[in-house]
Design a protein. Structure first.
Length: 261
């Protein structure tokens, strides 16, 4: 065989699984750090998907065993771990965020990531007062200041709210109606704020029935530790994990109070 033919054969062999070419580390391009999410670009992306957010995946929860997992009081230092776990399992949840916690993350990275991952966002007031004990002006400020901050950072206009402590009355209902917010309570309370035990939290969440709204808090590491087990347990029972809006199949009515489907 001629010399050039031998060389060509060797090159072909190497391209098909032979020994790789020697690496020249000094010639490799430097790895670029991930770029921060631009809020304007994120807003355009969400709007392009469809009006309103999150996009409904159109589950028929009248037929399926649906459960809505909800997380309050964040985002906090343990929220990224929770988001990693939910993303790994392709589970969507609803996050009722505090304005002061969103503001504490000066980059706005976490709230943008929650939105970008397709989770639903809800208003949980600015700094967690009992809304039944504040003035009308303060009630409006608690809701509107949080709404404006989240909208500025993500482009998302929240349509759900959860009153701190579940405390609501006629005045709260009227203000939430004016703000275009439905009141979302729960029918399964894991009491994770009191009992910081992953096993206990997972067991209580597993008591959900079709149509349940489960209350948890992503500011507690023990709650985040409980999530893999509770997801496994509920999945084995045949549950489908949905956001609150997906649970009802449409946007809940402003001012109305919901505890389960």
């Amino acid at each position: 065989m001629r010399g050039w033919a031998v060389a060509l054969a060797l090159l072909t062999l190497m391209a098909c699984g032979g020994e790789p070419w020697p690496r020249r580390e000094h010639q490799l391009a430097p790895v670029r750090a991930p770029q921060a999410i631009d809020p304007a670009a994120l807003a355009r992306r969400l709007a392009a998907i469809q009006p309103g957010w999150p996009r409904s995946r159109r589950f028929d929860c009248a037929k399926l065993k649906c459960v809505a997992l909800t997380f309050d009081d964040g985002p906090g230092e343990y929220t990224p771990r929770l988001l990693d776990e939910l993303r790994r399992r392709d589970v969507k949840a609803t996050f009722f965020v505090l304005g002061e916690m969103v503001a504490a993350d000066r980059s706005g990275h976490m709230i943008r990531r929650i939105a970008a991952d397709g989770h639903e966002l809800g208003n949980h007031s600015w700094n967690h007062p009992s809304l039944t004990g504040v003035s009308g002006d303060e009630l409006k400020r608690q809701l509107r200041q949080t709404e404006e901050l989240v909208h500025r950072l993500t482009g998302v206009r929240m349509r759900l709210m959860r009153p701190p402590y579940g405390a609501t009355d006629k005045a709260v209902a009227e203000e939430t109606r004016r703000e275009g917010l439905a009141q979302i309570l729960w029918n399964v309370d894991t009491l994770d704020w009191r009992d910081r035990d992953p096993e206990v939290v997972a067991r209580r969440a597993a008591a959900a029935t079709p149509g349940s709204i489960v209350l948890m808090h992503d500011i507690h590491p023990t709650t985040v530790e409980a999530v893999p087990k509770l997801l496994d347990t509920l999945a084995k029972k045949g549950f489908t994990f949905v956001t609150v809006s997906e649970l009802y199949g449409k946007e809940p009515l402003a001012g109305k109070t919901y505890t389960e489907r």
